[in-house]
Design a protein around this ligand. Structure first.
Ligand code: PGA
Length: 260
């Protein structure tokens, strides 16, 4: 069984460093030294350095929410992979739907970032997922396939094994509508089959594929028990330590019980 990986995407929250540190410290305390489940938090970039300090001696990883493909230069308002690495990041979220749809990020641009993130020694969490229109038009698999092919272009198989994917149906993000465990599993299985075609079965079997979209403590176990769902990328529920820890606890229970 692939180790389950729960990551918190704090987005543009909370508003103060004090609240951000308090949240990180509560997660650190709740996780303790338990390594059974992989955990990471992805705070706003202005808080990363301070939160890296707060997470000292904790297995909780630290991630950025975005980065620019270039290593340095005249890119006002941007951050490089090297900078994220320097402030203690282990991970970086790439291609979140709020950036694809709100800010016009393309698969080609996300692909450049992916190569840069790997070069900077970061573990990328690459997000993909269809909109409601696309699902209702029966285009989920076509859209996900196109995003996968474009975002992952030019990767070597051994690089792919270290990339985390997050399947996040856009209609389920922040809406309270979760994909049913069956709907999510179907797409995860499709993603893994496509990875197997491109990179081989052995690599596809190693890739961690998170589900994201209104994951909460009370629906997490039903999702995480599915064979191809290897974790969760959590937005809203990662802003309350008790809820985030509840999702981690669900992952721990699934890990201990094992999957069928
Ligand atoms: P949500 O967000 O859990 O609030 O739906 C998930 C995400 O956007 O990563």
């Amino acid at each position: 069984m692939r180790p389950l990986f729960i990551a918190g995407n704090w987005k543009m929250n909370p508003s103060t460093e004090a609240d951000a540190v308090a949240l990180a410290e509560a997660v650190k305390e709740g996780v303790g030294q338990d390594h059974a489940v992989r955990v990471a938090v992805c705070p706003p970039s202005v808080f990363l350095h301070r939160i890296d300090t707060a997470l000292a001696n904790s297995p909780v990883g630290l991630g950025g929410q975005n980065m620019h493909p270039e290593p340095s230069g005249a890119y006002t308002g941007e951050l490089s992979g090297a900078m994220l690495n320097d402030v203690g990041c282990t991970h970086v979220i790439l291609g979140h739907s709020e950036r694809r749809h709100g800010l016009g990020e393309t698969d080609a641009f996300i692909n450049q970032k992916l190569h840069a993130a790997l070069k900077a020694g970061l573990i990328p969490i690459v997000c993909i997922g269809e909109t409601l229109d696309e699902r209702e038009g029966d285009r989920t698999e076509a859209v996900v396939a196109e995003q996968l092919d474009g975002s992952l272009a030019g990767l070597e198989p051994d690089q792919m094994a270290g990339v985390v994917l997050a399947y996040e149906p856009v209609w389920a993000i922040g809406t309270g509508k979760t994909a049913s465990p069956e709907q999510a599993q179907d797409v995860h299985a499709f993603i893994r089959a496509r990875l197997a075609d491109r990179f081989g079965e052995a690599i596809a079997a190693r890739v961690v594929i998170q589900y994201g979209g209104s994951v909460k403590p009370d629906n997490a176990a039903d999702l995480l028990i599915r064979p191809d769902i290897d974790g969760a990328l959590v937005g809203g529920a990662s802003l309350k330590a008790a809820d985030f820890l509840g999702i981690i606890e669900a992952a721990r229970t699934v890990t201990q019980a094992g999957k069928a």
